[in-house]
Write a new protein. Structure first.
Length: 436
């Protein structure tokens, strides 16, 4: 079997398949110790990385310029690798069922080009059993090698938090697992050479898969509770954030907050677990209940906006409602599974005209993926209401004068989903402010 020493001496390479939010930071970190091949099927993405720019902004241009990894879209390069790490997306389809096509396609590519004795490790979020029951047979079929003889398997779930400059790959404890002890030993050494926070060694691949899928499921359920409380408190005319601030004065109160739950992790991972649970005859009531609440928050926000328009004697049909933010979370350009689209769709059902501005998102991508036009800030004028949907730091420049200028008649109606603005200051300015 491949030795760790051979990797350190760069007699063999480490390959990372998939150079997105997860794979690129990993490839860059590993390249500080090993010879690294960064592979992606997206030729434009590879060209941009070769040119020294990461559109996801997870790796800054200076760091990317120092990186020694070789970025390529040629799968033949994988034959040089003794360890191949697969870090491709695992989304859900339109029916909220796991879409394993990216990880299956990656497995086919790896299987066709991996060398004998290779260790293949997956980082993609999956339900327990996918690595060994779905990916392993593909690798065997495409490579002609037998697992345990020609190659071995590992699983080390990703824990990247997009846009987070504090909790990085190196500072988050890493779970590793292997199909045998020697494989787990090697992966512990490889990851341990770049992750300073330490390694947790899981007893099996399935345990590691399950650990990953419940991390975001737990967060999803806790946020769902906050969202349900926000709906209740809204009807009671109580400020939810003030309630949470008061409750948070107790040492063991968990600091979750309400909001839209999108993205490619929290809004997706629970469906992987519930799919597997139902396959074995279990109906996960709490998890699915949380998903229903969180998936319905865009509709709740839009309906609340319509009610506020009516209460303030404004028109509904033809109303102009500005929306600040389109990405799935603050300070990132990622629009995958953004739930802002739910607000937009529901407002359109009432004949409202949504005007969306987001300086972080790529307008061409938003148009291609969702058919949504992103407008310049100056286009948000003559508004009847303004919704802050995503708390980008770039919106800090919008003071009370800039906000007031967006409204034509001096009556300012704001909806702050993220608790972003200073409540007292805006109300002192005479603004009508609602917070989730």
């Amino acid at each position: 079997m491949l030795s760790f020493d051979a990797l350190l001496k760069k007699e063999s390479s480490v390959a990372v398949v998939g150079l997105g939010y997860v794979g690129l930071p990993l490839a860059v970190a590993l390249s500080r110790r090993f010879a690294v091949i960064g592979f992606d099927v997206n030729s434009a993405r590879v060209a941009a990385l070769r040119g020294g720019h990461d559109a996801t902004r997870e790796v800054d241009d200076a760091e990317l310029g120092r990186c020694t990894a070789v970025f390529t879209d040629d799968p033949e390069s994988l034959r040089q690798a003794g360890v191949i790490i697969v870090a491709v997306p695992t989304p859900v389809d339109d029916h909220r069922r796991p879409d394993l096509s990216p990880v299956e396609a990656a497995s086919r590519t790896v299987g066709r080009h991996m060398a004998r004795g290779c260790v293949v490790c997956y980082e993609s979020t999956v339900y327990p059993g996918v690595t060994e029951e779905v990916c392993l047979p593909i690798l065997e079929r495409e490579s002609g090698l037998r697992h345990g003889e020609g190659f071995t398997l590992g699983y080390s779930p990703e824990r990247i938090n997009p846009g987070d400059k504090v909790h990085r790959l190196e500072s988050i404890r890493k779970i590793v697992s292997g199909s045998d002890e020697a494989t787990a030993d090697l992966l512990e050494q490889v990851y341990g050479s770049v992750v300073t926070a330490g390694i947790h060694r899981a007893s099996s691949i399935k345990v590691a898969e399950a650990a990953k899928v419940i991390e975001n499921t737990q967060r999803d359920i806790n946020i769902a509770l906050m969202n349900e409380l926000a709906i209740i408190f809204s009807k009671l005319h109580i400020d939810t954030l003030e309630v949470l601030e008061a409750a948070g004065s107790k040492w063991n109160f968990l600091p979750f907050r309400p909001g839209l739950v999108g993205g490619h992790c929290i809004g997706v991972d629970p469906y992987y677990l519930t799919y597997k649970a139902e396959e074995i005859g279990c109906h996960p009531e709490v998890i699915l209940s949380g998903r229903r609440i969180n998936d319905g928050m865009g509709k709740f926000v839009a309906e609340t906006c319509v009610k506020r328009l009516i209460e303030s004697d404004r028109r509904v049909k033809g109303a102009r409602v500005g929306i600040l933010g389109f990405t799935f979370k603050e300070n990132v350009p990622d629009i995958r599974n953004t739930r802002v689209v739910d607000i937009i769709a529901e407002l359109k059902e009432y004949g409202v005209t949504p005007l969306v501005h987001d300086p972080e998102a790529d307008p061409a991508e938003a148009l291609q993926e969702y058919g949504q036009e992103l407008l310049p800030l100056e286009a948000l004028s003559g508004l009847d209401a303004l919704i802050l949907a995503v708390a980008h730091e770039s919106f800090r420049c919008l003071d009370k004068n800039a906000i007031a200028a967006m409204f034509g008649d001096g009556r300012v109606s704001l909806m702050d989903i993220k608790g972003f603005w200073d409540k007292q200051a805006l109300r002192a300015a005479g603004f009508d402010l609602w917070r989730l």
